[in-house]
Design a protein around this ligand. Structure first.
Ligand code: GLU
Length: 442
């Protein structure tokens, strides 16, 4: 079935690895089923939501390649929510409550001291019209609660299996605050109905909301989407991600030079029974996505794992996939030479600096290098030159293997590892090669 799904961040901050994973599973599900991925901005909190964050979210999703098919902001739809509020009032599901936060807190304390669950006691349902008028006379304005039907709600969760929640164990949720502003619960349901959402993928922190919201969909005459609640990500040590969100925002990872596809490839497979693989496009992730492979226990996000995967992803990338992001001098041949040595794309600069110099050569045995220098071939250098040269050096000095190659590499690059020397030698060229073999920085 082609699914209509939505990713619904609040534009009150940057997206991070935790909610990006939610975006990604929604995207993969939409693409796999030929459905639609909708970006909804939950911006009813006008104090904390900003257009700058909304724009940043769009930019980050675009950078990740998670292009949405439709988008809207909740702030554009206040009239629709007002209509829904009226409808719930008219059918008796929304009732006015007048308790102050302090009074509610006192009720909770009394309940807890009697070992009772701290569930709202529905005292407001007993108020007569005269009582309400008197309270309003006192200057109180009501907040509005949704009257739950005290049943056990059950759904087949795509990840958690059969979930049952006894609604008698929950307080009737407040949908409208005393100042008239809305809590998240109602707008989300109204949007899901109006946008024909068929499936809701979100974090397991929403399981209780789902139980209550199922009755709100029904009370508004909407069809109830299917639900899949994924476990939350934690940090590498199992700590809550919230502490580290700054450094794990997509912005930040991008600024650190990570590939979008490394982030996608890791987040799509973390906490699943499928292996993490260095995919360079979303297609194989779309094809292989299976929510039933997602674990119910939390998955750890380890930046070290992302770093290692990033290198592998780069090593699998074709020149076309990086062409518009590399320095102009890097052509396909140079990419083939340098690409396999990169951890981040930005490392290209380091290897280009080694080609162009100056490099401080590492010299252990100056005599050997001088002897080798005397054997450098004349004429134009190409990828065969290194073999011809080191063959001649072997012949004359009797050195072989590491004892032959390592001093040459160290002198020419200043390092003991790096791209294949047969490609590097012609790039470094005769002049710099000779100088470096003399131990000069060049
Ligand atoms: N804005 C909500 C959140 O970020 C959306 C939850 C939902 O997907 O319904 O938690």
């Amino acid at each position: 079935m082609s699914e209509r799904v939505r990713f619904a961040p609040s534009p009150t901050g940057y997206i991070h690895v935790g909610n990006t994973r939610t975006a990604l599973v929604n995207y993969l599900c939409a693409k796999q089923t030929g459905g639609s991925f909708i970006l909804r901005l939950d911006d009813t909190d006008s104090e904390r939501s900003t257009e700058a964050y909304a724009e940043a979210i769009r930019e980050d999703l675009t950078w990740l390649g998670l292009q949405w098919d439709e988008t809207f902001a909740q702030s554009e739809r206040m009239e629709n929510y007002a209509t829904a509020v009226d409808r719930l009032k008219a059918n008796g599901r929304l009732y006015a409550c007048y308790e102050t936060p302090e009074e509610l807190e006192l009720k909770r304390k009394v309940q807890l001291s009697r070992s009772l669950p701290p569930v709202y006691d529905r005292a407001a349902l007993e108020l007569s019209d005269a009582d309400k008028a008197a309270l309003e006379e006192e200057g109180r304005t009501p907040h509005w609660r949704f009257k739950l039907d005290h049943q056990t709600v059950q759904w087949e969760d795509g990840i958690r299996g059969t979930v049952e929640v006894d609604l008698a164990s929950l307080s009737d949720p407040v949908l409208v605050r005393a100042d008239g502003t809305l809590l998240y619960t109602l707008p989300s349901v109204v949007d899901d109905i109006d946008y024909g959402i068929t499936k809701v993928f979100r974090g397991e922190d929403h399981v209780t909301n789902t139980a209550a919201q199922i009755q709100v969909y029904e009370a508004l005459g909407g069809s109830v989407p299917s639900f899949s609640h994924h476990a939350l990500l934690t940090g590498a040590q199992g700590e809550g991600l919230s502490k580290r969100l700054g450094s794990l925002s997509i912005r930040d990872l991008r600024a650190q030079g990570f590939e979008a596809m490394a982030i996608n490839a890791l987040l799509a497979r973390l906490g699943t029974s499928d292996p993490v693989e260095p995919f360079t496009s979303l297609d194989p992730l779309v094809e292989s996505f299976d929510e039933s492979h997602m674990s119910r226990s939390s998955a750890r996000f380890d930046p070290a794992e992302l770093s290692a995967l990033n290198a592998k992803v780069l090593h699998h990338m074709s020149f076309d996939q990086v062409a518009d992001r590399v320095p102009a001098e890097v052509d396909e041949a140079l990419w083939q030479t340098l690409g396999p040595n990169l951890n981040r794309l930005g490392d290209l600069q380091d290897w280009l600096a080694i080609i162009h110099g100056p490099v401080t050569p590492v010299v252990d045995d100056a005599d050997f290098l001088s002897e080798a220098s005397g054997l450098l071939p004349e004429g134009d250098w190409d990828d065969d030159t290194w073999k011809a040269w080191t063959g001649a050096v072997r012949e004359q000095t009797g050195r072989k293997g590491k004892g032959l190659f390592m001093p040459l590499r160290q002198a020419l690059t200043g390092l003991d590892h790096g791209p294949e020397m047969k490609h590097m030698l012609p790039l470094i060229g005769p002049e710099r090669t000779k100088a470096r073999l003399r131990g000069e920085a060049a």
